[in-house]
Design a protein around this ligand. Sequence first.
Ligand SMILES: [Zn+2]
Ligand SMILES: [Zn+2]
Length: 375
Amino acid sequence: MVGFIYFIWEYIFPIHPFISLKNFYILRNDFLNIIEIYFLSFAFMRIDMHNHTTLSDGTHTPEEVARAVIDRGISLHVATEHDRVNRDVTKWIEEYQLQNKILRDDPLYIHSFEGVEISTRREDGGNASLHILHYAQDISTSVELLLEKTLVGKIEKVQKQCETLHNLWCRVHIWEEAKDFTYENLLLFFPENKKWTLNNSHIWKVLTGSPENMKILSDISHGFLTTENLMSEWLKQKGKYFRTISLSEDLPLYEPTFPQVSASLQNENSILSLAHANFSYGSIELFQKNLPLLVAQWLNGIEINTRASPAWVQAILHAHEKYELLLTFGSDSHTLDGNDERHGDLGSMYLDPIKDRDFIQKKFNKIFQKLAMNT
Ligand SMILES: [Zn+2]
Ligand SMILES: [Zn+2]
């Protein structure tokens, strides 16, 4: 089964083979039928149901990501910001399809629906948060309300972190006018994100952009805090040194628990898929031990992430069979630059069109049926 799924990383496949495929189709003629069928089947397989834009912690705007979706020949795309519904990418894609008269039954048609990556609080003993991908035809008001609460909690968290950094004399020298590390200044620095989605990655960017700040933090921590471990060991709750500089010691628990999330969206057309199990759990054993609880609490999908190792893919496929979970596929792309070591590249996952035809049809029909996309 593992062999049926191909992950193409940038370094293996540095040029996207389908970059100008769309133009190729537009110029197609009958003589190219055979080639077309071959390529069409390829084109149909590019899937990305997990990726980010500047609306959360991605580096590219929704418009830029939409363009990349089109250029890279992705057939099924969902933008999934952290705790925020991104309807902008879909809007750009729809506009493009309308302009080019690409209709739903056209092989070029890009399926795109609503999604969000929901932060939930782990209840299985791990103190990190668990990311759950939620997909729906239309994300419901009850989910939006839940997300709003989370975002308010996130604001409080970032404000507290800034307060601590401010008290530690951290300053934002990158700016001409804004000199202090305050929440308001952080907002000015990331206007695209507005107040809603500032998070650790924004704090990280500002701190590491200033040698003076890094020196302060390094001194305070007796040299332990470095640019490299700032994010993973200091800013993240599960980090080794999280409590050492009290960056977030008395932070409110802003994430809902998984049962709270699932209770607000138990309807037959929604999908709740466990994101990047390979990153959320330290080991396959731990994942297998904790999964039944989530399934009992209404988890109905699981993601194969571009960065999952073959052993993880096997474990995920096994869980998908065992618990009858829907399979979702995603890169968790945060940039279009192709230099992100922690996440995959947009559209870098595809399934073999010949060998996996039945597999794909079965899996995707299930997803589409679930979302009532076929009607
Ligand atoms: Zn995530
Ligand atoms: Zn993500």
